[in-house]
Design a protein around this ligand. Structure first.
Ligand code: LHQ
Length: 254
């Protein structure tokens, strides 16, 4: 249900149940978590891409796999939440290459990535309300932080499709990509991130999450701590040396 490949210094994870619009069943939950762990632990992967096979990114939970006897809370705690937590904790940039519809928990998965490269044919749909459910898998955390409370509530309650262009205007999409440019633009963006100072990116991810709910004094202390760590990285040395030598830095991610 998941394809996994490391190439060009990045881990490429493909949700692979195209006939079911890459909706999540139990195997896909556990294989996705495993793929994320593999990518986290592989020094050869300095960026992680998540995309979907076929015409969708992901339609969220496979609704044929749940029924009235399913404990939805437990399903979330045991299967979705560990994926969302893992994505936040991985010290490498995660790029959702949103090739098509991202609905329900598929939308949440895209939100939990650090960047969203969005095909012009793609759209986002908080589908939960249409089946009498509430947004889950971090949707309620990330969406208002990205688009503001009013827009988040509108998307959650009205459940209307959000097109790629509007996602771009709202800042949800890092880039909106034309179909003919898809592969080239994704590879080039991923390549760019994989050649950046990965340790600093890890510290930025961590610091941003911690800043929510922290005081100014706590944030200032967090920055000082993180800067000291970044300041002892080889990539920082290389960055300064390259600057003084007026050349492009070659970062190694250490
Ligand atoms: C599907 C699905 C699907 C199964 C398309 N499941 N088959 C957490 C905890 C506990 C419980 C519940 O959920 C959660 C988290 C969640 O994610 S809840 C939200 C679940 N997702 C949805 O409600 C979205 C349902 N899907 C749709 O609204 C549409 O399929 C979208 C808008 C995604 C795409 O529409 P179309 O492009 O018109 O495609 P389609 O509807 O014709 O779908 C194609 C096939 O995929 C079709 O099967 P078929 O055998 O007729 O070809 C669908 O039944 C199947 N499919 N989503 N989530």
């Amino acid at each position: 249900t998941i394809l996994y490949e490391v190439k060009d210094s990045a881990a490429w994870i493909t949700l692979n149940r195209p006939e079911k619009l890459n909706s999540f069943n139990e195997a896909m939950h556990s294989e996705l978590l495993k793929a994320l762990e593999d990518a986290e632990n592989d020094d050869g992967a300095r960026a992680i891409v998540i995309t979907g096979a076929g015409r969708a990114f992901s339609a969220g939970q496979d609704l044929a796999e749940v029924d009235q006897s399913t404990d939805y809370g437990e399903l979330l705690r045991s299967r979705y939440n560990p994926i969302i937590q893992k994505m936040s904790g991985i010290g490498k940039p995660i790029i959702a290459a949103v090739n098509g519809t991202a609905a329900g928990a598929g939308f949440s998965l895209a939100l939990a990535a650090d960047f969203r490269l969005v095909s012009e044919k793609a759209n986002f749909l908080n589908a939960f309300i249409h089946i009498g459910l509430v947004p889950d898998s971090g949707n309620t955390y990330y969406l208002p932080r990205m688009v503001g409370h009013a827009k988040a509530l509108e998307l959650m309650v009205l459940g209307e499709k959000l097109g790629a262009e509007e996602a771009g205007r709202l800042g949800l999409a890092t880039k909106v990509i034309a179909e003919e440019d898809w592969n080239k633009q994704i590879s080039s963006f991923v390549g760019r991130l994989a050649s950046m100072p990965t340790k600093a990116i890890a510290l930025i991810k961590e610091g941003l999450v911690q800043s929510w709910g922290a005081s100014l004094a706590e944030v200032l202390e967090g920055e000082a701590h993180a800067q000291n760590l970044a300041g002892h990285s080889s990539d920082h040395q290389e960055g300064v040396t390259a600057f003084l030598e007026k050349r492009k830095p070659e970062f190694k991610g250490v």
